[in-house]
Write a protein that binds this ligand. Sequence first.
Ligand SMILES: Cc1ncc(COP(=O)(O)O)c(C=O)c1O
Length: 413
Amino acid sequence: MTKSSFDVAAVRRQFPALAQKHGDREAVFFDGPAGSQVPESVIAAIGDYLRTMNANHGGVFATSRRSDVMLDEAHRAAADFVGADDPDCCYFGANMTSLTFALSRAISQTWNAGDEIIVSRLDHDADVSPWVLAARDAGVTVRHIGLRPDCTLDLDDFRRQLSSRTRLVAVGAASNAVGTVNPVAEIAVAAHAVGAKVFCDAVHYAPHRLIDVAAWQVDFLACSAYKFFGPHIGVMWGRRELLESLTAYKVRPATNELPGKWMTGTQNHECIAGVLAAINYLASLGRTSPEQSRRAALVAAMEKIAAYERPLAERLQTGLDRLSQFKSWGITDLSRFGERVATFSITHRTLSPETVARRLDEAGIYVWNGNFYALPLTETLGVEPAGLVRIGLLHYNTSEEVDYLLNVLSSMT
Ligand SMILES: Cc1ncc(COP(=O)(O)O)c(C=O)c1O
């Protein structure tokens, strides 16, 4: 094994779910965009929390103190994961959707009638509806960034819509339907030039590439641990001055300090322990020495993951290109695969997406069909209500699985 190579067999051994059989062969998990499988270390951390430190926050007794130590470490890990310095600016909540609704309600208190916000047609609806509903309540106009035929954002359209009235731009880092990676840093520079804030939905991007809030210069960023090998819980990061100055909807006895100000009610501590373990799992893929910082290990890990996923994605696209009964949506030019992650959406010329997904299930291949809540996109593409078939590759998938999938798809004439 060289230092830079990627041992997928060793990775797979860490994920007990991947050993599940479907008939006489191992099931193939291409459903990652709706939730990845988790390594044993994450499962153990959740159980360990419940066994050894299960207590509420801020008590003076041993289990509460142990729990608080774990929580502090989880905030530090989340900051390392998103590329932030300040662990208090990362907080947890039910899921990305709930966190975004809460934040949108708070941010919109600073908007005035006549202001504008910009959302995109490429995004999951969780990065659209919270803003649209908050805008409705505040009398604010919503503008939409249009798409190019290859399912990339039309940045000229974005620049045309941006003005001194724009208060917020909400954009995804990567599409959960077609995999497009958006130029978030470029969008943030343009938005800040007119005084707008930038919210980034990094849910789909998180398991594939390195998040870097410092380099991207966004103001808020959300992700969801169940997409990056953790349990079902959301993670939010925001700039300190904004998190401090905004008014959170919260109960009176709850703290006004960060991060507690934004963490309503009693948190899901066992899942936060799972997030910590998931981030440490990812760091372990890049770690070269015990002294290396977690962030440095994560940087190396995400580089390895991206380098592993790209040929896998190219192999899938090359195979799909040979199957004329299927249409691939999004970027298909292999030379541009740096602009996308390994999430593919296809349609068959006659079979419905549901039929294709059911036939794949019969062969032990798990994929999603429908719109995956990327409704603005599926409406724009004109594929509602049936939607698309989504094949999501993660770093635990293999070229043998891709070849098997292509073989089964080729039988659907
Ligand atoms: C890109 C993207 N954004 C947001 C969400 C919503 O995340 P959550 O389920 O944590 O609310 C999803 C979930 O599929 C997603 O893929």
